[in-house]
Design a protein around this ligand. Structure first.
Ligand code: APR
Ligand code: PHB
Length: 396
């Protein structure tokens, strides 16, 4: 089997890349370990920054998002029993976020690719990648219990944090940057209308809590928990009690409860991770395969699609003229945005989580910082411009 660009992984990175390449007249095959049903129903993040919305719209996959996505102009920071609205729209000259589940983006991209006769092989596991430093790299994969080979000009490693691509780069090439945090997020999806029109990020003495949503009927909620917690130990009563306590305000804000859906229940450890460079020979890493950000900044999916936009443009130049100047600079170009998002996500995480119960000084510093962001236009603008996402040409 042969194609121009062999893409491993049908998450937002791999699918968006395949779609953008198709628009440039470049052929690709996507290999995805899981079934179509699995990737289309996996509950993940849900905040699209302005760049992502624009990219989906401009490339013709934004129709359902425009209809069903919820545009938010502001976000709330809550601490000390008070809410403080950050008017992102006002502070950024008219930029906003759209709340639309990552799995909905995945569904839209899969349908668009299949409608255009694009090739996505589901339940096809890439086992290994070869000849990365030649002009004919190869992917060995297994489908229907058969070993197969895909040869291509370029491999795009869009296979997430646990994929095969990053570990296939020879030792000594990559520099790894990593930070683990002493907490995790317990996430739930509840069948109940959101209790607020906008997202609420809360700092509480018992830990972080986030009120988000997926639709007018579905609320998405998170609480900081111990990374070693067993989800079985978190009964529905315990989850709701903790949410009520952490999200409570002095004015008596009310959180509406509803049945918790099993598919949305998860505990996710927090980590910041990235490798430099994001490329080796003819292998290019994109999305979670190259970097993981803490979810507090809502940047994961947005970084994934920003990477592949850069990669698609570089590949368009390569196939048009044979020049590799953009491909050579792929990693450098992406890493400006990636490091900015790493910092923003780390900053939001540091400001909003409970670290060490004994460290009262740190706790007071966090409150002082929250107070500053809530009261200073300048500080709020920093949060706002990062949250809605810096423009695509920001580093040009
Ligand atoms: N062969 C084929 N597919 C693989 C393999 C393999 N060996 N290993 C992993 N995959 C697939 C996974 O099943 C998954 O569907 O690669 C895909 C990677 O997709 P994502 O994890 O969604 O990663 P990405 O596209 O980079 O999107 C990043 O996902 O985890 C969230 O917060 C993160 O929002 C961010 C987004
Ligand atoms: C979500 O809705 O899943 C969500 C929202 C904001 C975040 C992270 C996740 O920062």
């Amino acid at each position: 089997m042969h194609t121009q660009v062999g893409i491993i992984g049908a998450g937002p990175a791999g699918l968006m890349l395949s779609h953008l390449l198709h628009l440039e007249g470049i052929k690709s095959i996507v290999l995805e370990d899981r079934s179509r049903g699995y990737v289309e129903n996996r509950i993940r993040a849900g905040v699209l920054e302005q760049n992502t919305v624009d990219m989906l719209t401009d490339s013709g996959v934004g129709e359902r998002m425009k209809r069903e996505g919820m545009v938010h102009h502001g976000v709330e920071l809550r601490f000390g029993g008070q809410g403080h609205r950050i008017d992102m729209y006002e502070l950024t000259g008219g930029r906003a976020i759209t709340v639309y589940g990552q799995h909905e983006v995945v569904k839209d991209l899969i349908r668009t690719r299949l409608d255009a006769d694009g090739q996505i092989l589901f339940e096809a596991e890439a086992v290994s990648v070869h000849d990365l430093d030649t002009s004919t790299p190869k992917i060995h994969f297994q489908k229907d219990d058969e070993d197969q080979e895909l040869t291509c000009d370029v491999i795009a490693g869009c296979d997430g944090f646990h994929g095969v691509c990053r570990p296939s780069i020879p030792e000594g090439v990559l520099t790894v940057y990593e930070r683990k945090y002493p907490f995790a997020w317990l996430g739930i999806l509840a069948e109940t209308p959101p209790s607020s029109e906008e997202l609420i990020y809360t700092y509480h003495e018992r830990g972080f809590a986030l009120h988000s949503m997926r639709s007018p009927e579905l609320t998405r909620l998170y609480i900081q928990c111990d990374p070693d917690d067993d989800i079985q130990d978190w009964s529905d009563e315990r989850i709701w009690e903790e949410l009520h306590t952490r999200l409570a305000t002095e004015e008596g804000w009310a959180l509406t409860e509803g049945p918790i859906l099993e598919e949305g229940r998860s505990i996710t450890p927090m980590r910041s991770f990235l490798v430099e460079p994001m490329q080796y020979g003819r292998l290019f890493l994109a999305g979670d395969a190259a970097h993981v950000v803490t979810p507090t900044g809502a940047k994961g999916m947005n970084l994934a699609v920003a990477d592949v936009r850069v990669l698609a443009q570089a590949l368009a130049e390569f196939y048009e003229s044979g020049r590799t100047s953009l491909l050579d600079r792929y990693s450098e170009t992406c890493l400006h945005r990636v490091w900015r998002a790493q910092h923003f996500s780390w900053w939001m995480t540091s400001m909003l989580h409970r670290f060490d119960d004994e460290d009262v000084f740190r706790h007071r510093l966090q409150l002082a910082e929250l107070d500053y962001v809530a009261s200073s236009q300048t500080a709020a603008a920093t949060l706002a411009e990062n949250y809605v996402g810096l423009p695509m040409d920001y580093w040009d």
